[in-house]
Design a protein around this ligand. Structure first.
Ligand SMILES: NC(=O)c1ccc[n+]([C@@H]2O[C@H](COP(=O)([O-])OP(=O)(O)OC[C@H]3O[C@@H](n4cnc5c(N)ncnc54)[C@H](OP(=O)(O)O)[C@@H]3O)[C@@H](O)[C@H]2O)c1
Length: 229
């Protein structure tokens, strides 16, 4: 099973890389900047490809270079919080581009192969996306609500594709979050490995074209999972 992991240079990616490797997947890491991604790929002995996934020409080139893909785990995204009245004009564009446009163009590019191979697409929304809003989160929430809308639509259109919408319902224990919230207790957040395990467990379940998977923090290293079909 050949699986593309996007956002592979990000904070959540190592846990997914390790869990999918242990599950026997053959991985290709995808990122925008060589810096960081190259070292990460080398540390796992994995191939990597550079692509700006918000650019349809770039995703088309990526799909041409990787024609035999069984699954895409789309971790690419970005976060920013600000009250709307203090938000700069570029914030909405930035959130839409990183979270929604990347998913749209990646899904479009890989759809023929994924459908042919009866594969899967995993996207990541957020609590603010599921709730369709949140204080100081207008742009982010709009983009993450869009992620859910896209995945739900795709699941209705493509019966041969398994679509998994991950919805982390709290912060994830990543280096960036630990830096941003130095006073917080990361053991109370979602552990990335638990999120990756929940993803694998959901993908192993029989049936169901669309799974929406809200993931909550639990005991350190544990995550409570609720499956909403
Ligand atoms: N961390 C959390 O607490 C949390 C909570 C809820 C949901 N999520 C979602 O979970 C996913 C993974 O989170 P994370 O913490 O690992 O995020 P992260 O550390 O910010 O990493 C996101 C990655 O996405 C890549 N990316 C952004 N725009 C791109 C583009 N146009 N083309 C290609 N790659 C692009 C970035 O690459 P570059 O570095 O090269 O720009 C970055 O490596 C994201 O979708 C995030 O929104 C995270």
């Amino acid at each position: 099973m050949r699986v593309l992991v996007t956002g592979a240079g990000g904070g959540v990616a190592p846990a997914f890389i390790e869990a999918f490797l242990e599950a026997g997947a053959e991985l290709v890491l995808v990122g925008r900047n060589a810096q960081g991604l190259e070292a990460r790929a080398r540390s796992y002995g994995l191939p990597y490809r550079l692509a700006d996934l918000a650019d349809p020409l770039s995703t088309a080139a990526l799909a041409e270079a990787e024609p035999e893909v069984d699954g895409v785990v789309h971790l690419a995204g970005a976060f920013a919080a600000a009250p709307l009245r203090e938000s700069g004009p570029g914030l909405l564009e930035k959130m839409l581009e990183a979270n929604l446009q990347t998913l749209y163009h990646t899904a479009r590019a890989f759809l023929p192969a994924l459908v042919r191979r009866r594969g899967f697409l995993v996207g990541v929304s957020a609590a603010a996306g599921l709730k369709c809003g949140g204080k100081n989160l207008a742009a982010y929430a709009a983009a993450k609500a869009g992620v859910l809308a896209l995945l739900r639509s795709l699941a209705e259109e493509e019966p041969a594709l398994r679509v998994l919408a991950l919805v982390p319902m709290a912060a994830i224990n990543t280096p960036a979050n630990r830096r941003a919230m130095p006073g917080a207790d990361p053991s109370r957040w979602i552990q990335p490995r638990a999120l990756a395990e929940a993803t694998l467990a959901a993908l192993r379940l029989p049936g169901g074209r669309l799974q929406e998977l809200p993931v909550y923090p639990g005991e350190p290293g544990r995550t409570h999972v609720r499956l909403d079909q």
